[in-house]
Ligand binder design. Sequence first.
Ligand SMILES: Cc1ncc(COP(=O)(O)O)c(C=O)c1O
Length: 385
Amino acid sequence: MSSLHDDLLSRRADYPVLERKTYLASHTLGAMHRGTRERLAEFTDLWAEQGVVAWETWAPFVERVADLVGSLVGAPPGTTVMRQNVADLLGDLVVSLDWTGPRNRVVTSALEWPGSLHTWSQIGRLGGEAVLVPGEPDGISFDVQRMVDAIDERTLVVECSHVLFRTSTIVDLAPIIEKARAVGALAVVDGYQAAGTLPVDVVALGCDVYLGGSVKYLSGGPGNGWMHVSPSLVDRLEPVTTGWFGQVAPFAFDPENAYAPGIRRFAGGTPGVPAAFAAEPAYAALAEIGMARVRERSQSMTQPLLEAALERGFTVRSPQEPSQRGGHVTIDPGDSARVHDALIARGTVVDHRPGVGIRVSPHFYNTLDEALGVLDDMAEVLAAG
Ligand SMILES: Cc1ncc(COP(=O)(O)O)c(C=O)c1O
């Protein structure tokens, strides 16, 4: 039977894990694109055959890949840098700011990615202070107005996720960014759970920094963190942990610090070349498809999944309104940790987050049957006791 999304389903063969598993875990590790293997072979061939001369290909390649991943969140060319991961990028951003003055606060939410909360928990050592907006009792969201109210002239940075990682809640960023701008604070958005599943336009959002990584819906694999910084801001930031690639002339080996203009000042030390080679085919596939279509396909499966889960009496810990939800649905059928382990043993790949339940993310390459089949599996495991 033909469907509206046959062109997307014809891409299933590009993602080998789909032949072996019912794969519904793209919110945590997107399926590997088969082109990754070839690209990595290209990387090793260059190394084997050209030795150090390979850098002439590698260095511009990493910058091209940064632009490609940036384009998937609407970042103009030359405004995105790649580093190992979010912790690394956020850390570098933090130390590029002066936390010792009267404007020394970061406003964030308790529902952020723990790695970022760990960084903020140490901000006192730089002279800063963290203000944490608590989660609502349902654990699904935080009160955006409360965050807006917490932002004032003492705020240096506001940091929050575009999509919350446990529950897939889309955060209404507009009032937060507007208030940050009004008081002169920097708006930093963690777009990890949005990139690759939502259409994002960092320019229209008006945030100062939008960062994330690639192991999730982008299918780029580990080692591919990325960060867009608004061109109007970037040259005023002076990272402490600058590396030689962040210098105006890396190959001059000048001991005097001279930041590269623009986003390259955040490049750090030697770039993760193999990671960029690994990621490129999956980024290119998403760029070809277009994020609006990925989103349409995702919603055509997540909404029936959510409704069917509720019909079965399972608890859903994600927003029920599709426009407020990202690419996964968090379902608690009861006894979630055990159910999760049994699903994995059956070849149905999802994941479990303590306190919320099982996260299920039909991505553009999944079928509705795969998504709904998870609920049958959950019910069978529960019935078997
Ligand atoms: C919202 C969010 N931010 C950050 C991360 C990861 O951070 P890092 O790249 O430092 O591992 C994740 C998940 O792994 C996430 O869901």
